[in-house]
Each structure stands twice: as structure tokens, then as C-alpha cells.
Design a protein around this ligand. Structure first.
Ligand code: T46
Length: 144
């Protein structure tokens, strides 16, 4: 995957160190506060994405920092900072995308046994989610 040129606010690219010259498989490494720019308090992964029509995400966070990876297969990530929108095909396990706060994100188009891995800066807290798009637009415009 070519390194994506991120055009929305509160996002960016995280590149992991990897060794892919082992005959027995590849090794990929991330470290808190080094390649991953925060302390990792939680991780989760999403698998069993066989329904190609599924749409996940469709929300923003108020404070949470996350990095999203596709460790297998590929999917489409849509980002929206309330003003700029961008869609990225995520298909490189060594490149993660920062999902910073106040960034509406949607994952779709899951393909080839897609497995998504997310590293998060904090524990799960439903009050940190903005799950309604109109509320998101109001929230980001208040912040300006
Ligand atoms: C995000 C995107 C990329 C928990 O109880 N604990 C957790 O740590 C998480 C992540 C979820 N949940 C519960 C909350 C819901 O009842 O699991 C259920 C499904 O969560 P949600 O619909 O938010 O799943 P996604 O895939 O739409 O979103 C997830 C993360 O929730 C979210 O923070 O940014 O992945």
C-alpha cells in the first residue's frame, strides 16, 4: 500500500517496523510511545467479517486516540472531520491510520478474511462516543 496522504484533521499514518524476510513468516512490531504515539490501554480486533455489506464504526470519539490496522485482507476506511472527507483502502498490515478524537469513521468493503486490529489509548467508555452524525457536526462546530 502506498503511504496514504491524509487530508482530514486528527488523523495520520503510523508505520510499524517489520521483518518480512523470514522463510517462516513475517514479524511486525509496535511499541507504546514509540511507533504508537500513546500508552496502549486496550486493544480489540474485529474478525468474521464475511458479510461484504457490513458497515461498522459510524461514530466519532470525544477524547479517545486509536490506531487502526488491517492485519489480513483489506477494507475501506471513510474519515470525516466535519469538513473534509476521505476514503482510504487499508490493505497493508504495516501501516496503521490514526483515529484521533472528533473524527467520524466508518469501515466497510471487507474482503479476504479481513481482520481489523485497533490499539486504543483508554478503556471502553460509551460516553466518549458520538453515534449520531448531526450531533457530531454540532460537536465539532462548537469546538471551533
Ligand atoms: C471504533 C471502531 C474502529 C465494548 O463493550 N468494549 C469495547 O472495547 C468495544 C470496542 C466495544 N464494546 C461494545 C460496545 C457495543 O455494544 O461492543 C459493541 C459493538 O461496538 P461498536 O458498535 O462500537 O463496534 P464498531 O466496530 O462499530 O466500533 C469499534 C469501536 O467500538 C470504536 O471505538 O472506533 O471500532
Amino acid at each position: 500500500m502506498k503511504t496514504p496522504n491524509i487530508r482530514v484533521k486528527n488523523s495520520g499514518v503510523v508505520k510499524l517496523k517489520f521483518y518480512n524476510d523470514f522463510p517462516d513468516g513475517n514479524l511486525v512490531i509496535g511499541e507504546s510511545k514509540k511507533s504508537v504515539p500513546f500508552d496502549i490501554k486496550r486493544f480489540y480486533f474485529i474478525n468474521n467479517l464475511f458479510n461484504k455489506k457490513s458497515n461498522r464504526g459510524k461514530h466519532a470519539h470525544k477524547k479517545l486516540e486509536q490506531i487502526i490496522f488491517c492485519v489480513n485482507g483489506h477494507f475501506s476506511l471513510s474519515l470525516d472531520d466535519g469538513k473534509n472527507k476521505q476514503r482510504i483502502l487499508i490493505n497493508d498490515p504495516y501501516i496503521g491510520i490514526r483515529l484521533g478524537p472528533k473524527l467520524w469513521h466508518t469501515m466497510s468493503g471487507f474482503f479476504r478474511d479481513c481482520v481489523i486490529l485497533v490499539l486504543a489509548s483508554d478503556y471502553y467508555d460509551e460516553t466518549d462516543y458520538i453515534r449520531n452524525y448531526d450531533d457530531f457536526i454540532k460537536y465539532v462546530s462548537k469546538m471551533k
